[in-house]
Every structure is written in C-alpha cells, then in structure tokens.
Design a protein around this ligand. Structure first.
Ligand SMILES: CC(C)(COP(=O)(O)OP(=O)(O)OC[C@H]1O[C@@H](n2cnc3c(N)ncnc32)[C@H](O)[C@@H]1OP(=O)(O)O)[C@@H](O)C(=O)NCCC(=O)NCCSC(=O)CCCCCCCCCCCCCCC(=O)O
Ligand SMILES: Cc1cc2nc3c(=O)[nH]c(=O)nc-3n(C[C@H](O)[C@H](O)[C@H](O)COP(=O)(O)OP(=O)(O)OC[C@H]3O[C@@H](n4cnc5c(N)ncnc54)[C@H](O)[C@@H]3O)c2cc1C
Length: 593
C-alpha cells in the first residue's frame, strides 16, 4: 500500500508560507525571519559550499535563524554599527564583540526566544583594518538545551505596538569565537591568512533588505485589500440615516462620502498589487543577473524598492485608518479586525528602513538622473526613469475627450515628477555654489527631495496599473477594473494637485474635471463593490473581523463575540465586592449618617 502523502512539504517555500499564514495568523510567528530574511541571505550571500551546508538544514528547519542587524544605537546608519568581528589568523576564527550598551543588537524578530542561529551584521576587522559591516552566520543557542552559548546574552525586548506574537530580541557578544567560514563569502571574503577580498559591489551584503522591501509592496496591497473588504462589506450591512426623507434608512455604502473614503483604498490596494508583482520580478531577475556576474541593475532595483516601500507603507497606514473610521464605533472594537491589521501594517513604515530614509535613498538616484539631464545626456533605455529625460506637453491635457489609455493623466504625473526632480536638483547645485557643502545642501533640500521621490513613485504605480489593465482580455473583468483605475488615477491627480497647480501646468478647471471623474467612478463602482471584494476570496479567518464576515451576519455575531469576552464569564466580577462594591456600599452608609 502506498504511503499517504505528507500534508506539508516543509522544504517547499510556497507550501510552508501558505501553511504558516493560515495556521499562525498575520501578526508573525517564530519562523518569520528565518523564512523571510535568513534563507534569502543564505541564498544570495553564502558561497556554494556554505549553501550546500546551510540551505538544506535551513529549509528542513533543523535550526531557526534570524537577521540581527539593528542595534540599540543604530538602525538606519549602518556605517556606525558597533558590533565587531575581528579576524584572528592564528585560530582562523572571528571574535564577535559588543563593545558598548548601544552596540546591543535590538529588534531582530524571533531572536528573543525562538532562534538558535542568526545572520549577524558586524564591522569586519582584519589585518588591523575595518572593512565595514558584513554578515556572519552565528550559532547563538545550544542545539539541545536551547540555552545561550558562552559569551552570549540574549532575550526578548518586551511588548510592542503590535506583532506581539513575534519575539523581537536583544543580543550581546562577549568575545565570542566563530569559525572563519561563518562569514558569508559569496561576495567579500577573508582568506585564511587574513587578507580581505572585496565584493564586486559593496552593497550586495544588503540583498535580504532589498528582498523584503520588494515583498512589502505586495504585503501592503494585501492589508489594504483586506481592510477595504471589511469596510465595504460592513457598509453594505450597516443602515443609518436617510438620503431621501421618508424612503427608509440606507446602507451607509450609499453615501458618497463613504465611497470616497473606502473605494480609493481598494483602488490603491490593486495598484500596489500590480506594482508588487513587478518589483518582485525585477528582484528575481536582478539576483539572477548578479549570479551571472552582471550587477548593472542593482542601483535601479534599490532605488525603486526603497521608494515603493516608503510610499506603499505610508498610504497603507493612511488607508487602513480610513477604513477603520468608515466603520464608525464598531470599527474601534477589536471585533472589527482593524487594530490587528493596523498594528501589523504600520510596522512596515519603520522596519526595513525608516520611510523618510528610504525616500531619500530613491532621491539620490533621481539626483543622478537630473545631473545627466542637465548635462545633456540621453536616456539609457530604462523603462522606469527614461520619462524624466523627455519633454512632456507644456500644459496639462487631462480634460481632453480622447485620452487613450490615460496618456494625458500619466503625462501629468510625469510632468510633476520631472519638474520636482529638476527643481530640487537645481536648488542643490545653487546651494553648493553659494558655499554649502553637499551634505548640508542635501539636508536643506530634504523635504523637496522626498516630494520628488513620491512624484516619481506615483508615476510608476500609475503607469504599471494602466499597462496591466490594458493586458486583460476578458472584457467584463476589464470594465470593472477600469472603473477602479479611473478612480485611482483621478484620485491621485487631486492628491498631488498642489504640485500640478503650483507652476500653472494644470488649471483650476482641470482640477474640477478630475474631481468630477472621481465622483463618476464612485458611482460606477458602487453596484459592484461587494462583488469586487468577494472576488478576492479572502477567508473569514484571514480577515479576523466580525464586521467583514462573508455571510454578512454582523450583529448576531457581534453580540456573541462580546459575550465570549473573559469579562462576561460571570455576571459579577470576583473582586467586585472587594473594591467597587465596597466603595459604593461605604458611600451609601456615609450618606445615611
Ligand atoms: C541605505 C542606507 C540608509 C544607507 O547606506 P550606507 O550608509 O551604507 O550608504 P550610503 O548612503 O553612503 O550609500 C552608498 C551607496 O550605496 C547605495 N545603497 C545603499 N543600500 C543599497 C542596497 N541595499 N542596494 C544597492 N545599493 C545600495 C546607496 O544608494 C549609495 O549609492 P550611491 O553612492 O551610488 O548614491 C542603509 O544604511 C540602510 O539600508 N539603512 C536602513 C537599515 C535597514 O533597512 N534595516 C533593516 C533591518 S532588518 C529589518 O528591519 C527586518 C524587519 C523584518 C520584519 C518582518 C518581516 C516580514 C516581512 C514579510 C514580507 C512582506 C510583509 C508585508 C507586511 C505585512 O504583511 O504586514
Ligand atoms: C516591527 C519591527 C521589526 C524589526 N525587525 C528587525 C529585524 O528583524 N532585524 C533587524 O536587524 N532590525 C529590525 N528592526 C529594526 C528596524 O529595521 C529599524 O528600527 C529601522 O531600520 C529604523 O531604524 P532606527 O530604529 O535606527 O530609526 P532612526 O534612524 O533612529 O529613526 C528616527 C528618526 O530619524 C530619522 N532619520 C534617521 N536618519 C536619517 C537621515 N539620514 N536622514 C533623515 N532622517 C533620518 C528617521 O526618518 C526617523 O524619523 C525592526 C523594527 C521594527 C519596528
């Protein structure tokens, strides 16, 4: 008789992720960092021999590893990490050390209690010279007892804003020795005699961060689509007030203000989903190129992933809050699911690079392009940034009757990104001519630099949305998605209207036209809204929401949910008579006297 197949193949990444997702919820679990950062680091930073040794064990979960980079004193500025890894050629070992309190590793997910290995970022010293932060694969806990190894102090950092099912931890090394080959050696190397071999690109060590930044874009799409599903479904159940006096109470989804609050989140969720797919493909392609020795796409990938990460997490945070408020009082209850989704989603504004810092990274890239434009250079066939080199129409044309495939709207976004990029570049140059050094000038322009990135990312998101909808051949699906696209594009026009009006590119009339197109789209989306969110096919257990239940049975289950609260186990709390009861009794006695 054949053996029944195993339910889950733990070495299959997709199966594992799906299993974890449905069994462990959305707020994290003990294998999160192992799967999302440690394994990608092994894949991209370990040499062949190291991969052969570590990868099968990692995939098979023979150990759990985390990614320990951030320290108490430094998360953003990686150049100033204080943990050291000093090579000792006599024993062919590195000595890991945490010289100060601020060098304590702080935040790594699953470090607190679960992991027994970590990718540790430390300043590499060999032959008396520091070569900057490099990754090391370090054992932290005994494989049998799970106790910290000698010289290692490790623990949990305590409760957080959210994601409390993740044991984020702290870690200190007291002159801990680890073999030479525990340094990830695909790119940089230290030879047995201590000679340092530099990598072909000194930021290849950061590829796990690039991976997560790219993955976050789809993560934010997920959060927005989930929370707009909750808000749409609940708004189709909730009746409050009348639109036509005497005609009976309407579903709150019929209010234009409600649609204007929720539907743009739905549209943004879709836009993020499509760009999320794009950036993941770009990541995979770039990693393949690197394996084949071609690193030319690394700066483009880095710039796009930083910008997308920052913009999508920020918009997701704002959008989730809109969905919560759209559900009124019940939206504030944990029964809505919003507190869980919100506290998980907003973490991404901070982790994997604080958002402002990420916007500024993309701006660095944009400034290089601006420099090339001002020097009269030609574009380099780069789909993402080439538009910056072209001259667009001098005036906005969004109100033209025939706007094939929204070319005029896209050109408006392109115009703003181009103008913002070149203006801030010119200001940077001017400030330097006036005597500011580059770094000071950069800081003086930082807010405008971030605006340039946002405009560039908005252009990318919009263009990708238009292109992807254009590819759909099923006309009934396409027509529904085109309504969401219309809403998305004109909503974004109004969101950046100040920039478009500022230089007279767009007129007040055209701004009004964009608003009209938004209201028109809301009306078209309304009858399909519930079907649209149902088509995402989220399971109730993913939504974690009484308000967003697929069967719409909200009120009955809200009552059940409340009744199941631990506070309702007994009618009278066991300590009632000891405190509140006693206080009232005493007050009553006193007033009798
Ligand atoms: C980029 C930095 C800010 C600056 O770096 P440096 O100081 O080293 O360099 P310079 O600014 O001088 O730049 C030099 C040069 O290099 C370029 N550069 C920098 N980085 C890269 C890179 N990665 N690749 C390529 N090139 C790079 C830079 O642009 C310069 O180029 P030029 O000179 O040519 O201009 C850096 O210090 C930095 O990255 N800081 C941020 C630190 C950070 O991000 N830390 C992350 C720690 S790990 C972490 O936070 C883990 C969190 C995990 C949480 C759980 C994850 C679950 C996720 C699942 C996935 C999806 C989830 C969706 C979410 C959900 O469901 O909720
Ligand atoms: C939920 C969560 C999970 C995490 N998981 C991990 C993990 O698994 N592993 C790990 O190693 N780390 C992890 N981290 C740490 C995280 O990556 C860092 O907190 C993050 O990169 C921000 O760095 P920071 O804390 O040093 O912020 P700071 O840099 O101190 O930011 C404070 C403020 O200073 C500003 N700022 C800083 N530098 C600049 C600059 N150059 N220009 C302009 N403004 C600037 C920021 O914009 C921000 O407003 C996690 C963090 C969180 C919240």
């Amino acid at each position: 008789m054949e053996h029944a197949p195993k339910a889950i193949d733990v070495t299959n990444d997709v199966e594992m992720r799906t299993f974890n997702f449905f069994t462990m919820g959305i707020d994290g679990h003990p294998l999160g960092l192992h799967l999302d950062m440690a394994i990608p680091t092994i894949l991209n930073n370990a040499d062949e021999e190291q991969q052969k040794d570590w990868l099968p064990k990692a995939a098979n979960r023979e150990f759990i590893a985390t990614y320990a980079q951030t320290e108490m004193g430094h998360g953003t500025n990686l150049k100033k990490l204080e943990t050291t890894a000093t090579y000792d050629p006599k024993t062919q070992e590195f000595v890991l050390n945490s010289p100060t309190i601020t060098s304590t590793k702080w935040w790594p997910g699953n470090l607190g209690k679960s992991s027994n290995y970590a990718v540790v970022m430390a300043q590499l010293y060999t032959q008396g010279k520091c070569h900057g932060a490099h990754p090391f694969f370090v054992q932290l806990r005994d494989l049998n007892t799970h106790k910290p190894l000698k010289g290692i102090t490790v623990g949990d950092i305590g409760p957080k804003f959210g994601m409390n099912t993740v044991d984020n931890g702290f870690l200190q090394f007291d002159h801990v020795r680890t073999p030479r080959r525990s340094m990830f050696m695909k790119h940089a190397k230290v030879l047995p005699d201590g000679r340092y071999v530099p990598p072909v690109h000194d930021k290849l060590n950061y590829s796990a961060m690039v991976f997560i930044r790219a993955a976050i874009v789809s993560g934010m799409a997920y959060h927005l689509l989930v929370t707009s599903t909750i808000a749409v479904r609940y708004s189709a159940i909730r009746r409050q007030g009348e639109i036509t006096p005497g005609a009976g109470e309407v579903k709150v989804l019929d209010y234009q203000t409600q649609q204007h609050r929720i539907f743009p989140q739905l549209a943004r969720g879709l836009a993020f989903r499509l760009s999320g797919q794009y950036i993941m493909k770009l990541y995979t392609q770039t990693m393949d190129d690197i394996r084949n020795g071609d690193i030319s796409a690394v700066p483009d990938l880095h710039a796009l992933s930083c910008g997308l990460k920052a913009v999508t997490t920020h918009h997701a945070a704002l959008g989730l809050e809109q969905c919560r408020m759209a559900c009124g009082g019940h939206g504030y209850s944990q029964a809505s699911g919003f507190p869980l989704h919100y506290s998980v989603a907003v973490g991404a504004c901070t982790y994997e690079g604080e958002n402002m810092v990420m916007l500024l990274q993309t701006a660095r890239h944009l400034m290089k392009i601006a420099k090339a434009i001002r020097a009269g250079q030609s574009p380099k066939s780069n789909k993402i940034v080439d538009y910056l080199f072209h001259k667009g129409p001098p005036k906005c044309l969004i109100d033209q009757a025939y706007d094939t495939n929204y070319r005029n709207v896209l050109e408006s976004f392109e115009h703003l990104a181009r103008r913002q990029t070149l203006e801030v570049y010119d200001k940077l140059v001017q400030l330097q001519q006036q005597g500011r050094n580059y770094e000071q000038a950069w800081n003086d322009c930082a807010v405008e630099l971030c605006k340039a990135t946002r405009a560039h990312v908005r252009t990318f998101l919009a263009r990708t949305f238009v292109e992807e909808i254009d590819k759909i051949s099923d006309l009934s699906i396409k027509s529904v998605l085109q309504d969401l696209l219309q809403l998305y594009l004109y909503y974004e026009v109004t969101e950046c209207a100040t920039g478009l009006l500022e230089d007279g590119f767009m007129t007040g009339q055209q701004h009004k036209y964009a608003k009209k197109k938004i209201y028109e789209a809301l009306e078209k989306i309304r009858p399909n809204a519930v079907s649209i969110v149902d088509s995402f096919d989220f399971q109730d257990r993913e939504l974690h929401s009484v308000l967003g239940r697929r069967d719409g049975n909200v009120y009955e289950n809200l009552l059940k949910w409340a009744q199941s609260s631990p506070l309702n186990k007994t009618d009278v709390l066991p300590f009632h008579h000891k405190y509140l009861g006693k206080m009232m009794e005493e007050a009553r006695q006193r007033s009798k006297i």
